[in-house]
Structure formats: structure tokens, C-alpha cells
Design a protein around this ligand. Structure first.
Ligand code: PLP
Length: 380
């Protein structure tokens, strides 16, 4: 049975250039902190990867701090800003919005337990937070605004540039979780006035367990891990050189193919969306038109999304739910309910995230299978 993979927002396949770079490097990787030749080779590879990673967001390589991925980068950004504000004797206030990834939301909840005040802003029906609402929420003690670049469930793109400039005008640091956007759309930390940006390698053709936090030069953000002098003393621990080398190669590949991929993904997305709308009357797309090119988040009213996913899996199609299974009970997606979907519709929602190597034939099979799946579930 052919497998059709529609869960690229969960993780992408390893890019062949990343795989090749990692395999080559596995054979003679040294500790980059040592002084002999093998170590120098590892150090040089880290430098090259840092340059490639930085180039995609128009940052300087010295502003890139490699981490174990997006979750760590989000934790670092929020906790470090909180700690600095508290050390200055303030009661830190942070602003975020309701459709953030759990890596941000759960860190906010943890910081609330530590004494932070957090404002969770509403989004509109398209999943967008209004920059004016962000500005209105700023207080004298606000130390951080954290608003994601692209949502992982719907692909919705926030107005990061407007929010970044508002933050800058008020002297508040601005963090954005760009895990889903990095490598898929052009990003520019300077044009968007971003101070801190979280990125993960495995969402753009790199390996799992690697990512970075961009920290704008001059931003007073403390160390996340204490120990050795790695990552300019801000993130101690021997670097995951093989992972970082793979990340660098994936970033280079993404830079060279981004526009072609975007055009192809838009074609595929239109084919899938229009085909589903024709095949399954009443289904609807979530999120406005301003979103990542490969995301299709569809609600099939009256259908149990989990049952549909299981049916798709039996036919070789890997997609994911708009609702997450929490502690044995199905709780609807916080993203979809924040956008105003009813619990029922949120449960009838699935996320399909595309890759440019899919064909129209693959997607026609997906459309036909979803139609059959919905018909079967309705009959049950
Ligand atoms: N932020 C967003 C928006 C994500 O989609 C993810 C992963 O799904 C993360 C953060 C966490 O990244 P990682 O898996 O690298 O920890």
C-alpha cells in the first residue's frame, strides 16, 4: 500500500542534502571545543551551519544560539525575560495570544505560578490577533510580547511586523515562535523588529532535536543552561554537531527551493481544497487566506475526526487531528475553539499539511478516500 504523508507540520522528511551532510560528518566528528585538527573541522562545520541558519531570517550568525529544538527555544525566551524583569524588582507582565503552541502556553502557565501576570489575547474567526489589541494590552510592567509567526494547526500568519514595531515603540521585547514558518516563507528579523525568534530544524527538512533561539545583538537575555562556554556561554553543553550540520544543510536547501516549493504547494493546496469542497458538501476550510502555503485545516461537520483519521490511516494516508487526546478524553483543539468553532465542529476537523513532492493523483486518492470515509462514518 502506498503511503501518502500529509503531516508535514508534525515533522518533515529529512532533506536528502541534510541526510548526506550528516552521514558524511558522522564518521569524523570531534568535540568542537577542543584544539586539534578534528575538532577544528567540527568547529568549522558549526560555523557554516550557523551562517546558513542565520541567512534564512536575515540575522547575523552571532545572534543564533543552537538549542534542542523549538520547545527549548520558547522556554528559554520566556523564562529568561521573566527572570530578568523579576531581578529588576518588577512584577513581570507578558502578552501572548490564545492559539500559541503549548511550548509557549504551558511556559506562560508555569511563569504565572512563579508570579508573572499573563494576558492571553483573543483571535478572530481567521485566527488572527489584532495588533491594536496587543498595543492596548501593554502595561508599564510589560516585559515581553510573544506572538507566533504561523500557527501549527491552521498555518495562519500573524501580523508579526506590526506587532514587532508596536513592541519596539513601547520598549517591550518581542518574541515570535517561527517554528512552522522557518524555511517555508521569507522571514526578516530586522524588517519585523523581532528581538527573539524560536526555530526548529525538523519542520523544514532538518533532523529532530535541533533548533535555535535568535537573540538580537544587545538583548539582555540570560543563559538557559549553565556549564561550559558553548554558544557564547548562554547555552552550555557539547553541541549536537551532527544535528546542527544537518540543520545547516536543510536551511541551505530551503533557501534555494523556497519559491518553487511555495508555488507548487499553492497548486496542490488548491487542488485538494477545491476537490474536497466538491466531494463533501458542507465541509469548510479554517483560517483566512493569509497562511502558510501547505496547510489545509478542514472541518467536516457531523463527522468524528478521530474516526476519519483512523479510516485514512487504514488506507495509507497519514494526517492529523484538529483535536488532541488529553488524559484519555478527547479535548477539542484550543486553536479551533479560540477561533470560534463549536466543540462539535472542532472534533470534526482534520489537518493536512502538504509537501511539494505530492502529486495531483495522490491528492485525488485522498479526496476520494475522505469522501468514502465520511459516507461510512455517517452510516454508522
Ligand atoms: N512551536 C510550534 C509552532 C510547533 O509547531 C512546534 C512543534 O510542533 C514547536 C513549537 C515545538 O518544536 P520542537 O518539536 O522542535 O520542540
Amino acid at each position: 500500500m502506498k503511503e501518502i504523508y500529509l503531516d508535514n507540520a508534525a515533522t518533515t522528511a529529512l532533506n536528502p542534502r541534510a541526510r548526506e551532510a550528516m552521514l558524511t560528518f558522522l564518521a569524523d566528528d570531534g568535540n568542537p571545543s577542543a584544539i586539534y585538527r578534528r575538532a577544528m573541522k567540527s568547529r568549522a562545520a558549526l560555523t557554516k551551519a550557523r551562517e546558513a541558519a542565520a541567512a534564512l531570517i536575515k540575522a547575523s550568525p552571532s545572534e543564533i544560539y543552537f538549542t534542542s529544538g523549538g520547545t527549548e527555544a520558547d522556554n528559554w525566551a520566556l523564562k529568561a525575560v521573566f527572570e530578568k524583569a523579576r531581578a529588576e524588582g518588577k512584577t513581570p507582565h507578558m502578552i501572548t495570544q490564545k492559539t500559541e503552541h503549548h511550548a509557549v502556553l504551558e511556559t506562560c502557565r508555569y511563569l504565572e505560578e512563579q508570579g508573572a501576570a499573563v494576558t492571553y489575547l483573543d483571535v478572530d474567526r481567521c485566527g488572527i490577533v489584532s495588533p491594536a489589541a496587543v498595543e492596548a494590552a501593554i502595561r508599564p510592567e510589560t516585559c515581553l510580547i510573544s506572538v507566533m509567526t504561523a500557527n501549527n494547526e491552521t498555518g495562519c500568519l500573524q501580523d508579526v511586523s506590526a506587532i514587532g514595531h508596536i513592541a519596539g515603540e513601547h520598549g517591550v521585547l518581542f518574541h515570535t515562535d517561527a517554528v512552522q514558518a522557518y524555511g517555508h516563507i521569507p522571514l526578516d528579523v530586522n524588517a519585523s523588529a523581532v528581538d527573539l525568534m524560536s526555530v526548529s530544524a525538523h519542520k523544514c527538512g532538518g533532523p529532530k532535536g535541533t533548533g535555535f533561539l535568535y537573540i538580537r545583538k544587545g538583548t539582555a537575555v540570560g543563559a538557559f543552561l549553565h556549564g561550559g562556554a558553548q554558544e557564547r556561554g548562554r547555552r552550555a553543553g557539547t553541541e549536537n554537531t551532527v544535528g546542527i550540520v544537518g540543520f545547516g544543510a536543510a536551511a541551505e536547501a530551503a533557501a534555494s527551493s523556497m519559491e518553487d516549493n511555495r508555488v507548487r504547494l499553492l497548486e496542490l493546496r488548491r487542488f485538494l481544497t477545491e476537490g474536497l469542497m466538491r466531494a463533501v458538501p458542507g465541509c469548510y476550510l479554517n483560517g483566512g487566506s493569509h497562511r502558510l502555503p501547505g496547510h489545509v485545516n478542514m472541518t467536516f461537520p457531523g463527522i468524528d475526526g478521530e474516526a476519519l483519521l483512523i479510516y485514512l490511516d487504514m488506507k495509507g494516508i497519514a494526517a492529523s487531528a484538529g483535536s488532541a487526546c488529553a488524559s484519555g478524553s478527547l479535548s477539542p483543539s484550543h486553536v479551533l475553539t479560540a477561533m470560534g468553532l463549536s466543540y462539535g465542529d472542532a472534533h470534526g476537523t482534520i489537518r493536512m499539511t502538504l509537501s511539494p513532492d505530492l502529486s495531483e493523483e495522490d491528492l485525488q486518492f485522498v479526496i476520494d478516500t475522505i469522501k468514502k470515509g465520511c459516507d461510512n462514518i455517517r452510516r454508522m
